[in-house]
Design a protein around this ligand. Structure first.
Ligand SMILES: Nc1ncnc2c1ncn2[C@@H]1O[C@H](COP(=O)(O)OP(=O)(O)OP(=O)(O)O)[C@@H](O)[C@H]1O
Length: 233
């Protein structure tokens, strides 16, 4: 198994001195789907932004596929941010062309197939689509790259339950089994059946890093039940 992500003593303090990620150590290997779970404010987006070079750590280091975060890691990672980051004036088909021009590892055939399957009109301008459909387009573009590490920050939050099933199935069936998918979500029950490993984040530290099978065997609970117990208010 190849080490695809390594965070060593990773720390992020914001300008107000609040420590959002606190000396976090994490190693992920290739070929797994990993759920990054934690209550509001636990640091999930901060961690994801640092892995994607969108935020600079205060301390520690991150390696992606053996390289420190930087130009190389941008080729290896396909990132779905928690906010829409596409030009809304473009048509869906123009976005596919744009991604194809921009990323060497983008597969337009795969993108067009998913657009067709989800009944999205390729000639619609993004700004005319509903919030959930915009999210689907962004996810399709993200999943159509042949990346080594997919990082999805809340990929199904605004999507209706029927489409969620398709999208989760799409994540499963379109990702290369040698790749790793890191999914941050609050919809634990929805992703529980597709993830191999689960991480619980609390106050900027990993407090659980187990396979889903280990959670079920050791705690005799689903991940959803364990989460509700650990983080009960
Ligand atoms: N720019 C900032 N300046 C100061 N504090 C910040 C900043 N951005 C985030 N934080 C704080 O860092 C902590 C972690 O935020 P983050 O967005 O990473 O959490 P999260 O786990 O993704 O939360 P959610 O589940 O609500 O999306 C929170 O307490 C948040 O208020």
């Amino acid at each position: 198994m190849n080490k695809i992500l390594e965070c060593i003593e990773l720390t992020k303090k914001y300008a107000n001195n609040f420590c959002a990620i606190n000396q976090l150590n994490l190693t992920l290997y290739s070929g797994q789907i990993v759920g990054l779970l934690g209550p509001n404010g636990s640091g999930k987006t901060t961690l994801i932004k640092m892995i994607n070079d969108c935020l600079i750590p205060t301390g520690g280091i991150i390696y992606v596929n053996g390289n420190p975060v930087g130009i190389h890691s941008k080729e290896d990672i396909s990132y779905l941010p928690d906010v829409l980051s596409l030009d809304e004036h473009l048509k869906v088909e123009e976005l596919v062309t744009y991604f194809n021009d921009f990323y060497k590892n983008f597969n337009p055939v795969k993108a067009h197939q998913m657009i067709l399957d989800l009944g999205i009109n390729p000639s619609s301008r993004l700004r005319t689509l509903s919030k959930g459909t915009k999210e689907k387009v962004q996810l399709i573009l993200t999943m159509s790259r042949d990346a080594k590490l997919f990082i999805l920050d809340e990929p199904i939050g605004g999507v209706d339950p029927a489409s969620r099933d398709y999208i989760l199935h799409t994540i499963l069936s379109n990702y290369n089994p040698d790749a790793t998918v890191l999914i941050s979500t609050h919809l634990i029950g929805e992703i529980e059946n597709i993830i191999d490993r689960v991480l619980f984040l609390q106050n900027g530290q990993i407090i659980l890093n187990s396979t889903v099978d280990e959670v079920r065997e050791q705690h005799h609970k689903s991940v959803d039940q364990l989460f509700r117990e650990v983080f009960r208010c």
